[in-house]
Design a protein around this ligand. Structure first.
Ligand code: PHE
Length: 346
């Protein structure tokens, strides 16, 4: 009987079958339990003769069940582990790769170019008051230039009664820097600006970089040299030709619109070469000038001691020229196919 039971137990296919065998042998009405019960009705002699055998049988069956149970559980664990195993040699699923937006990339590039010339990066708030955005820049309330800026105004004024607005240019950073720092000053101020305007070449939000130098004895030559050095580095060519055209900004005097020579190639404007040469033309690129003495005085500096130049340039415009993009609005659509087409992102 023992051999029979032990071999059945050893062959139990799973934990359920094993439990059924245990109940059939060791349960209340099991076969081994029944044998144990017969001991009570035996004579002392009989009990002495059969008792050890029956107890040994129970022992052997109990052990066989425990052994089989351990084996079945180990096998179940192995199977589970095998099913869950990761194959580390399989190639990973491709995840889309992000990239720096062209506008951000150009701003980073410009910060590097100007850092080489000793310019620090300055910032200011996009929500400005009309004193910093206009008045301090020599654009009083009645000045027609205010109307030209297509300003987004907020309905409320600040604690000092100043109208609040979205800055229309980065020039207020000039004011904030001159009021915060003692000259000499050499900064660029990259950032977002806002005007209520939208077509293929205008978006209500766009990017500018302002440049400001305040020192003793600064003149137009410094401005032209700085712009030439910057544009040669940015467009990575030496044949950049600039033309300073007299212009008007309330905060600079004299003021100059800066044009750059370019050639038209396959419907694309390629910056470089003399705009007066055959096949070349001039393109307006940025506004600039010598900081108006009144602006310097508005910031608490003595204009007889300190002079400077300033310029403002559209970053989006610079990016379009460098990468051959033709619709400004596409910059802000977030269309990954457009970015990929121009080599940005996956
Ligand atoms: N702030 C001017 C604009 O947005 C550009 C500019 C900056 C002109 C600095 C002169 C000097 O149009």
């Amino acid at each position: 009987m023992q051999a029979q039971l032990v071999s059945e137990i050893a062959a139990a296919a799973d934990l359920g079958a094993l439990e059924a065998l245990r109940v059939a042998a060791l349960g209340k009405t099991g076969s081994v339990s029944a044998l144990l019960k017969t001991l009570g009705g035996m004579t002392p002699d009989e009990r002495q003769a059969k008792g050890p055998q029956i107890h040994a049988l129970r022992e052997a069956v109990t052990e066989a069940i425990a052994a089989r149970k351990a084996a079945l559980e180990a096998a179940a664990l192995d199977a589970k582990l095998a099913a869950e195993r990761l194959d580390m040699t399989l190639p990973a699923e491709a995840a889309p790769q992000g990239s720096v937006h062209p506008v951000s990339q150009v701003m980073d590039e410009l910060a590097e170019i100007f850092a080489d010339m000793g310019f620090a990066v300055a910032t200011g708030p996009e929500i400005e008051d009309d004193w910093h955005n206009f008045t301090a820049l020599n654009i009083p309330e009645t000045h027609p230039a205010r109307a030209m800026h297509d300003t987004f105004y907020f309905p409320d004024t600040d604690a000092e009664g100043r109208s609040m607005l979205l800055r229309t240019h980065t020039s207020p950073v000039q004011i904030r820097t001159m009021m915060r720092e003692a000259p000499p000053i050499r900064i660029i101020a990259p950032g977002r600006v806002y005007r209520s305007d939208s077509d293929a070449t205008h978006t209500p939000m766009f990017h500018q970089i302002e440049g400001l130098v305040i020192d003793r004895g600064i003149h137009l030559g410094h401005l032209k040299y700085t712009l030439e050095t910057f544009l040669k580095a940015y467009f990575e060519r030496d044949d950049i030709v600039l033309r300073l055209r007299p212009s008007y900004f309330p905060f600079t005097e004299p003021s100059a619109e800066v044009d750059v020579g370019y050639a038209q190639e396959k419907g694309r404007r390629i910056v470089g070469g003399d705009g007066d040469d055959a096949g070349h033309a001039w393109m307006e690129l940025l506004g600039s000038g010598m900081v108006h003495p009144r602006v310097i005085a508005n910031c608490g500096l003595d204009p007889d001691e300190w002079q400077g130049f300033a310029f403002g340039v559209g970053v989006d415009r610079l990016a379009m020229l460098k990468y051959g993009m033709d619709d400004l609005r596409a910059f802000f659509d977030g269309d990954l196919r457009w970015l990929a087409h121009y080599g940005f992102g996956a």
